[in-house]
Ligand binder design. Structure first.
Ligand code: 26V
Length: 833
């Protein structure tokens, strides 16, 4: 083994190398900053229009993180601590600089250091690109989990992919979404450390055969594979002021040298280049979330690449510390599967344990079943992943063999429990035999795990009673709920300094690591000085949001308006369309002279549509066109504005959630697994208008029904009315609704492109509309009137706002992570100085 390939061994070595920690005052930061700026980056003039000042500051901060990172890793090695691995295809991290400064408590020192150069910290921070390695809720949840685990000192390592291109960027052309690639690595990503010495080989293709090994045992082998290298890049995850730095390890695909050479020597240079490209394509781009465009082979390659690299990494690390014996391995590890995306890990762990480590089936299965845990994030049946058996066979023949064996043994178990129940066997089989045979990844995850959880109480109940009913009957003890949360460090303390100051003045700063302390704000609700401070901080945030909207769209918003916000991925089930129907209804009232006593309102909608999701894109076009018509009609002046906010992302949400008055959480009941934007808005003092869906149910329970605008049919009511659902009759029987539909159909919103909205306008009028938008129109409009009445009484609204923040304590990922740890991971927190 050459020096490069030798992993860090044993504690002691680094303790010897590492001197005392670097100082964190402004002088020390400024001196390091100028060192990196001039000597590493080779800059001679001070400029704020390039990313170099940002990069220099990152390096200065990273040095401080690195010390704590090393310390944390030494401590974890010394303890031989049990660890959890969070396997996720997505980590939607956003910007890292402010979070690092905040965690290390050197925001003020950095500010001061930059002041000396006449530069604002905010200006430098703005040079950072979002690390957009995720689509939406699922990826952002993973990022919040990492923050909370580091803050709680839980030894959790995130494993993901280092996509060259993250979530596409969105710009608007004539009201249409246009996608641009996201070359987020172009200027370098100064947070990461390449760990070439920990590279792994990942195998694809080939075939399986049997051989007799040295001990005379028959064994399956996987041969003639096309191999790809997985190179890890580590990103530090700082805990909040606790000296802990955890790791996010992202895998990047590279062609193997041997592979290149072989082809090259054979004289086929072009083929070698193509092969290299094919290999490196694996981590090229994040897939946008579309149920309609599933089944892409490259996506399965990505999934296996993540699962295999991460499991090999963990096994190699174990062997480095304990030698070849895997006794005790299961006691020290837990693998949390973020949805079914990494579920092939179940089969891959079996393969590694049997084919590489020589274990028998039963022993390997025991380890797998006691280390894997699966989290489901969706109730939409069409979003449940399946892979064509033929594709699996071509790409991962050995894995398919193992899945067949898991299935055979599992179905034996089912038929012992329910003899002769063949319908049940077909329903529960890991292989869907209807039509094109395919592997049901959710079932593989359930069978291979000791824990299966949903992400909100309602969602977990619906999984047990619906989607996974057969499995919950077989193994009731496996099923549990873990209600989502968000990290209050990013989503309140850092993104909302104004409200942070008001809260901290009133109750101290304990809430930053113990969000339930916000409950103490309830005692302040009658305190005039506190209420005034609350109000003025909210106004300041609305002004900040208005300025952002102005700069991004050119539309001016009056901060006295009700800021009514819906930002999230564009999907029919989330019903942005219902929001548009309401906007058109308000516009119609204004046009017919019934708008004088309306509360002035700005309806802000933002989000990306998957590039292949035609209806979602058509909804964006409708929002844009409705916005343009309404904003351009003099009759709406001072009364109504509609905004489509382009390129919504993590950084945008940091400003948006602080300035919203009303949070729109209006999905069809039973469709949104949890929602997490709802929690960010609540925490920042917005009031929710919502259906009884996902975590809305728990939000309403926490804040009280008088501080939440409820509307819409429940899950049970939806099921009841669906068979005879008649939207045409609903529209005909509702004067307001009829006028809205007439206005939409009149072409008023698409004068230059007749008919462009036809499909969207038809969609909610079909009896088969799965999202039953028309069924909730009246309830929604009425609830919006109740919103207006409350908002007009500014005292009442302030009370509701304070109570929303005060009651948001449960929705911290600190609580979520404690729940996972108590019931699933059972890790000991690490204590650093
Ligand atoms: C599916 C696919 C399929 C095609 C390729 C790319 C891709 C990427 C993601 C997904 C599944 C997304 C599921 C998801 O994001 N669920 C959301 O999870 C949040 C966190 O638990 C939750 O708050 C949201 O309600 C839920 O929709």
């Amino acid at each position: 083994m050459n020096v490069l390939n030798e992993p860090e061994s044993g504690p002691g070595k680094l303790e010897f190398l590492q001197k005392s920690h670097l100082a964190m005052d402004a002088d020390a930061l400024l001196s390091d900053l100028s060192h990196y700026y001039t000597r590493m980056l080779g800059r001679r003039t001070l400029r704020t229009d390039t990313p170099f000042l940002y990069q220099a500051l990152v390096h200065a901060v990273r040095d401080r993180l690195m010390e704590r990172w090393n310390d944390t890793n030494i401590e974890l090695e010394r303890e031989g601590a049990r660890r959890a691995c969070y396997l996720s295809m997505e980590f939607l991290m956003g910007r890292l600089l402010h979070n690092a400064l905040f965690s290390l408590d050197c925001v003020n020192a950095s500010d001061e250091a930059l002041q000396a150069l006449g530069v604002e910290l905010g200006q430098v921070e703005a040079a950072e690109q979002d690390a957009g390695l995720g689509n939406g809720g699922l990826g952002r949840l993973a990022a919040c989990f990492l923050d909370s685990c580091a803050t709680l000192g839980l030894p959790v390592i995130g494993y993901g992919l280092r996509y060259q291109y993250g979530m596409f960027r969105q710009h608007m052309e004539n009201g249409y979404q246009v996608e641009d690639p996201d070359p987020w690595l172009r200027d370098g990503f100064p947070w990461e450390i390449e760990r070439i010495e920990l590279a792994r080989t990942i195998r694809f293709g080939g075939r399986t055969t049997s051989v007799t090994d040295a001990e005379g045992r028959r064994r399956r082998v996987w041969v003639e594979t096309r191999d790809v290298l997985a190179i890890p890049y580590d990103v530090p995850i700082p805990g909040y002021r606790n000296g802990v730095v955890n790791t996010l390890r992202l895998w990047s695909a590279e062609a193997t040298n041997e592979f290149d050479l072989e082809e090259f020597n054979a004289g086929s240079y072009t083929e070698a280049v193509e092969a290299k490209n094919a290999a490196e394509n694996i981590s090229m781009v994040l897939y946008p979330n579309t149920a309609t465009e599933s089944g892409h082979e490259l996506r399965l390659r990505q999934q296996y690449f993540l699962a295999s690299a991460s499991l090999q990494d963990i096994l190699a690390d174990w062997q480095r510390r304990h030698g070849p014996d895997l006794e005790g391995f299961a006691d020290k590890h837990c693998f949390q599967l973020n949805d079914t995306h990494p579920a092939v890990a179940v089969a891959e762990l079996m393969r590694l344990l049997m084919d590489v480590h020589g274990m028998g089936w039963n022993e390997a299965w025991e380890i797998t079943r006691s280390t894997m845990a699966y989290t489901n994030h969706t109730l939409l049946p069409e979003a449940l992943e399946t892979w064509p058996v033929a594709m699996f066979e071509r790409l991962l023949p050995r894995l398919l063999e193992i899945i067949y064996e898991i299935n055979a043994r599992f179905l034996d178990e089912v038929s012992i429990r329910w003899p002769g129940d063949n319908a049940r066997l077909a329903r529960m089989s890991l292989i869907d035999e209807n039509g094109q045979r395919s592997v049901r990844m959710a079932y593989l995850a359930i069978v291979g795990s000791f824990s299966v959880n949903g992400v909100a109480a309602l969602h977990s109940r619906l999984l047990r009673e619906g989607l996974f009913r057969d499995f919950a009957e077989l193994w009731p003890e496996k099923f549990n709920n873990k209600t989502n949360g968000v990290t209050q460090r990013r989503w309140l303390a850092a993104c909302n300094p104004e409200l942070n100051a008001v809260i901290t003045d009133a109750i101290g700063e304990g809430w930053v690591t113990d969000l339930e302390q916000l409950d103490r704000l309830r005692q302040q609700v009658e305190n005039t000085a506190f209420r005034d401070a609350w109000q003025s901080s909210r106004q300041a945030n609305k002004a900040r949001l208005a300025a952002l909207v102005q700069s991004r769209t050119g539309v001016t918003l009056d901060t006295q308006m009700l800021f009514d916000v819906q930002v999230k991925r564009i999907h029919e089930y989330k019903r942005q369309l219902l929001n548009v129907l309401h906007a058109v209804h308000l516009y119609d009232r204004i046009r017919r002279g019934d708008g004088d006593d309306l509360v002035p309102r700005a309806i802000i909608i933002g989000g990306k549509a998957a590039p292949g999701y035609v209806m979602a894109k058509a909804i964006i076009k409708l929002v844009s066109d409705v916005a343009q018509t309404i904003n351009g009609d003099p009759a709406t002046a001072g009364k109504l504005r509609v905004i489509f906010y382009p390129d919504y992302n993590v950084t945008a949400m940091e400003a948006i959630c602080t300035g919203a008055d009303l949070s729109e959480q209006i999905s069809t009941a039973g469709k949104e697994a949890s929602g997490t934007g709802n929690m960010k808005f609540m925490m920042n003092g917005a009031v929710t208008i919502g259906t009884l869906d996902g975590a809305n149910v728990e939000i309403r329970d926490a804040v009280g029904k008088e501080n939440f605008f409820l509307f819409g049919h429940t899950v049970e009511e939806i099921a009841e009315i669906r068979p005879a659902y008649d939207p045409a009759a609903i529209i005909a029987g509702d004067e307001d609704f009829r006028r809205v539909v007439d206005l939409l159909q009149s072409g008023h919103f698409c004068r230059h492109e007749p008919g462009v909205h036809d499909a969207v306008v038809a969609s909610f009028q079909q009896p088969g509309d799965p999202w039953m938008t028309a069924a909730d129109f009246r309830g929604f409009v009425d609830a919006q009137q109740a919103v207006e009445a409350a908002f007009r009484d500014s005292g009442r609204w302030t009370t509701m706002s304070i109570l929303n923040t005060a009651c948001s304590g449960r929705f911290s990922t600190d609580r979520t992570m404690r729940d996972y740890n108590d019931d699933i991971w059972r890790l000991e927190p690490v204590k650093m100085a």
